[in-house]
Design a protein around this ligand. Structure first.
Ligand code: ZN
Length: 318
């Protein structure tokens, strides 16, 4: 059984809006309670996330954007970084530790302490653009981790697979045209931030997979077999990072402008997330020393999200 690191930070619970918001501390609190109560908890390597350095952040984000966030932090007030992305008095610490979790995950995998890692952190990251906040995301945690793996450990080739219900537009923005990083994003066709239909990727290294609303989960698995895994094999990654949003779960309504729609916009279950993750882990076991890092993105129905994370940990540990 591979050693699995579970990385989180109490500071990530302090990132809070001054108005009701679907991306709230209750998400992580529910995850923490469920993980601590899970049978496998005693087998996990538990770690506190350190703060990422500004140099770590700067590999994925422009200095101008980092300075803008820093000014927001220095104001000590609640501000909006973009129309969707709140930032409060504790958000700077939370964002730095969310990004730092991914860097620690890379360190633990590379120094042999763990083979896989799950980072239970917020704010989420995959919408954050090189030059700006977007869609509840301050810093792009998976992007910071990928760049850290390259810079601090000399890994060259990384795959980022995103199964959040929303397109990983920030990750695509940061890595478009970078042949060393293959970005694959499943997302619901037509859902924010993308329009309906085929949207050409920003670079040849980006694979966008729009999924019809309420589609049969088997379509995800077909795409994994026919398109995703061949592309990953061709990429020959040294590390696989999962942007693990669980808002495509059949019991989780999307946390965006369609929030009032009935739940079940995508119909995935924990078994489907598990099957996709298992496929990635098996590939990693035979091709890149088992190295898989999963970082929390979306998922807004607390009890459902918490259970998804427990199953994700079980899968990483299997
Ligand atoms: Zn999402």
């Amino acid at each position: 059984m591979p050693d699995v690191a579970y990385i989180t930070s109490p500071l990530c619970l302090l990132h809070e809006a001054d108005h009701p918001h679907p991306e709230n501390p209750g998400r992580l609190a529910a995850i923490q309670a469920a993980v601590r109560a899970a049978t496998l908890y005693s087998e996990l390597e538990i770690h506190d996330a350190p703060a990422a350095s500004l140099g770590d952040i700067n590999r994925a984000h422009s200095a101008e954007y980092i300075a803008l966030v820093q000014r927001a932090a220095n104001s000590g007030k609640h501000v909006m970084l973009d129309p969707d992305t709140y930032f409060g008095p504790h958000s700077w610490d939370a964002a730095l530790h969310a990004a730092g979790a991914g860097c620690l995950a890379v360190d633990l995998l590379m120094n042999g302490t763990a083979v896989r890692a799950f980072c239970a952190v917020r704010p989420p990251g995959h919408h954050a653009l090189r030059d700006g906040a977007n869609g509840f995301c301050t810093f792009n945690n998976v992007a910071v981790a990928a760049r850290y793996a390259q810079a601090a450990h000399g890994l060259e080739r990384v795959v980022i697979l995103d199964f959040d219900v929303h397109h990983g537009n920030g990750t695509e923005d940061i890595f478009a045209g970078d042949e060393n990083v293959l970005c694959i994003s499943f997302y619901e066709d037509g859902l924010w931030p993308r329009g309906l239909g085929e949207v050409p990727p920003l670079g040849d290294n980006c694979m966008n997979l729009p999924m019809p609303r309420r589609c049969d989960p088997e379509i995800y698995h077909q795409l994994m077999r026919d398109k995703v895994m061949p592309a990953i094999a061709a990429h020959q990654p040294d590390l696989i990072i999962i942007a693990a949003g669980f808002d495509a779960h059949r019991d989780d309504p999307p946390g965006d402008k369609l929030h009032s729609d009935p739940p079940g916009v995508q119909l995935l279950t924990d078994a489907d997330f598990s099957a996709m993750t298992r496929t990635l882990c098996e590939f990693a076991d035979s091709h890149c020393h088992g190295r898989v890092i999963a970082m929390l993105e979306g998922g807004y129905t607390h009890a459902v999200l918490a259970q998804s994370v427990v199953v994700q940990l079980e899968t990483l540990a299997a």
